[in-house]
Design a protein around this ligand. Sequence first.
Ligand code: NAD
Ligand code: SER
Length: 301
Amino acid sequence: MGSRILVTGALGQIGTELVEALEEKYGQGSVIATDVREGNNCRILDVMDAAGIESLVRDESITEIYHLAALLSATGEKNPELCWKINVEGLENVIAAANTHGCRVFAPSSIAVFGPDCPSIAPQVTPLNPTTVYGKTKVVSEQLAMTTGVDMRGLRYPGLISYKAPAGGGTTDYAVEIFHAALTEGHYTCFVREDTRLPMMYMDDAIRATLELMEVPSEQLGGARGGYNISGCSFTAGELVASIQRHLPDFTCAYEPDIRQNYADSWPNDIDDEVARSEWGWVPEFDLDGMVDAMFAGLQA
Ligand code: NAD
Ligand code: SER
């Protein structure tokens, strides 16, 4: 029997595109999209419902779980207890079902695992002392990948940029919102400073990295399996504005940093992804201008 795939949090920024990619790869009937919200072709599943996950995995003979349900950094800091519950207890419920039924699991990590003591270009192996509760939940996720006995894998996604679904409450959301504001208002008020440099990635690269990682034979993956560094492109908010102005020369941006500046300042500027490159051949395709061109092509289509 082929892959039978469960996606949690499927209506979010990543799920919207990952479900499409998984259906293309494995066939539409092989993918069960779920979320706590109602949506097209999506079943209701709350990842806090351990029994619900277990029965769905059993009844649908699930072989792989792509576990995307989570609260992101900005939403998580507003409600840290809920963030811990959904991100850690939700993951534990998924792992329990995977353990019982022999499923493989993909559970994303994030650049939020790093803290202020990380070098500005984050190495794969470095102390992980995040300041946000969201980052702490991702450190736990990476550790669980090494200790549960389940074949569980993860990527430390940079800030992801896409046009098919809105960004879901993270610190890097400005790099998505700015495109919509540029096209509708000709102006954006950015919630981080102009010189804020963060690791980012176009969604096509992130989806490809996810599919590629899940293809790799388990024995080929080393100690980074719970959270591989992957780099896409790193740029400041000001550099993003300049790249957008290649398409819209009259576009303007103001900078009014809020609390999310603190989270951004605690994260590295860039990512060293040598381990992912050497262990499973990771290579990004989109640089800043390539990503901006693809965003405009998608939004204007
Ligand atoms: P998102 O916020 O866009 O989507 C998350 C989805 O989870 C939402 O559709 C939401 O309704 C759902 N959800 C929330 N609580 C739930 C619950 N209790 N049960 C079931 N579903 C629930 O997030 P995303 O950007 O798609 O991120 C997916 C994963 O990737 C998360 O683990 C996130 O931490 C990680 N990640 C995302 C980024 C990024 O830039 N988007 C970067 C790094 C890591
Ligand atoms: N893009 C995510 C956030 O800003 C990083 O995990 O929360």
